[in-house]
Design a protein around this ligand. Sequence first.
Ligand code: PLP
Length: 227
Amino acid sequence: MNDELELCVERLRKVRETVPADVKLVAVSKFHPAEFIEVAYSEGQRVFGESHEQELSAKAKSLPKDIEWHFIGHLQSNKVKYLAPYISMIEAVDSLKLLKEINKQAAKYERTIDVLLELHIAEEETKYGFTPDACRQLLAEGQWRELQNVHISGLMMMASNVDDKNQIRREMLTAADFFDEIKEKYFASDARFCERSWGMSNDYLTAIECRSTMVRVGTAIFGHRVY
Ligand SMILES: *Cc1c(COP(=O)(O)O)cnc(C)c1O
């Protein structure tokens, strides 16, 4: 095995040692070659995250079929049809329009697609996602209840990209509180509404302290991406 692949294995093992068994590790493989995914797979890793439809579809075609693919980026509605046959989870749903399109495409394959609603809590302006108020409004309006082929499994968020751990913690705890609020109001009887996806390479340990159930870790496993 070449050095780079060996490094991936070493780093994956290290990350795994720090992620508790009840937190799902999504290995973010975007911009990395399929061989990186193969070595992680041979270590038992089965959940991978990608953020570009074409790159993901090409990888999904050539790699083992028991991989659980999570789409973690901003998804345009016109790309949903390509993902619908095989995607395990779409993590960053940020509009009712997208939710409806996922439902429509999933119905064509007679399946249900699990999704997370993306929350915008970070102070940066460039990030996508629902503000807590916009999310409250979406849930209150209730159209999502009619979408039989899409299942809302929880929330996803990205904390601000800052060094201030207290700010990161504050944002993640805000998201965790918001999860509790909507769980109680809309999903109390749905045991499968249970996911809180926050934490990336730089902040996943903080995220786990802030009740994350799903961490999306790329660089800390696969090294720096070459764009
Ligand atoms: C790229 C990406 C990640 C992984 O980031 P790292 O810092 O490399 O761990 C996690 N979440 C989302 C939404 C991403 O786009």
